[in-house]
Design a protein around this ligand. Structure first.
Ligand code: NAD
Length: 249
């Protein structure tokens, strides 16, 4: 018996070729889940789903648009019958300093991570409530915990800290319905968000702050998502799990 046998999982922002969402989708599929990949571009989402094998689906969905989220959740239920797991993974970064954040920067970054997590959760919750079960996994960041970093600006830290608050509020409100809500705080993970953006000096500085002495892999985060999505974490809700090689020690 695999950990996610028969489960239906939605993962947002999972079409990125080296991303955390894609690694999570592959691990979930290996463990028996049928996965719906949601991303901005329909063709990319469909290709990423095809890459998982037969039966998985890819749909266009801009998580900042509530109608898109509702349409995607409705399409998943129509195609796959139910929703058991939602991974709110879509996110963007902007390496800006505090005083350089313009209104449009603030909106773009908070819209994808925070508004998107709220809207996509709202779109799935009626189905999860009707089933009296479900696991919501939200992608926050070490930036929420220590404020900023090389890649995300202060608005990114604020958005990801908002994700932590939303995770706990959802956990409290949804627990009586049998729905769990948890967050993952990845540290420095090698993906397209971080690729090619570091000088050798910056990389040395980042690695110096990681007791385990290496950047994380997307699979490190996927493993944590699998734990939170599965019954292994049946009594875990409202938690935030650090996947950062010890960066906060
Ligand atoms: P990535 O850039 O590889 O993937 C992000 C995906 O989100 C892309 O496929 C993109 O098309 C999609 N996306 C962007 N806006 C969207 C929208 N409005 N609607 C739907 N999809 C949208 O990023 P990643 O490194 O895989 O990061 C995944 C998540 O993990 C993000 O939330 C990120 O903030 C978070 N995170 C990453 C790191 C890291 O080091 N890579 C660290 C901490 C947190």
């Amino acid at each position: 018996m695999k950990l996610l046998d028969g489960k239906i999982a939605i993962i947002t922002g999972a079409a990125s070729p080296r991303g955390l969402g894609k690694a999570t989708a592959h691990l979930f599929a290996e463990h028996g889940a049928t996965v719906a990949i949601l991303d901005l571009d329909a063709d990319h989402a469909a290709a990423a789903a095809a890459d998982l094998g037969a039966g998985h689906i890819g749909l266009a969905c801009d998580v900042t648009n509530k109608d898109d989220c509702i349409a995607a959740a409705t399409a998943v239920v129509a195609a796959l019958g139910r929703i058991d797991i939602l991974v709110n993974n879509a996110g963007i970064t902007q390496p800006l300093k505090l005083m350089d954040i313009a209104p449009e920067n603030y909106e773009a970054v908070t819209d994808v991570s925070l508004r998107g997590t709220l809207y996509m959760s709202q779109a799935c919750i009626p189905t999860l409530r009707a089933q009296k079960s479900g696991s919501i996994v939200n992608m926050s960041s070490v930036s929420a915990q220590r404020g900023g970093g090389i890649f995300g600006g202060p608005h990114y830290s604020a958005a990801k800290a908002g994700v932590l608050g939303l995770t706990k509020a959802m956990a409290r409100e949804l627990a009586p319905d049998g729905i769990r809500s948890n967050a993952i705080c990845p540290g420095f993970i090698a993906t397209d968000i971080t690729a090619g953006k570091l000088t050798p000096e910056m990389k040395a500085q980042v690695l110096d702050g990681i007791p385990m002495g290496r950047a994380g892999e997307a699979s490190d985060v996927a493993g944590c998502a699998l734990f939170l999505a599965s019954e292994l974490s049946a009594y875990v809700t409202g938690s935030e799990i650090d996947v950062n090689g010890g960066s906060l020690i």
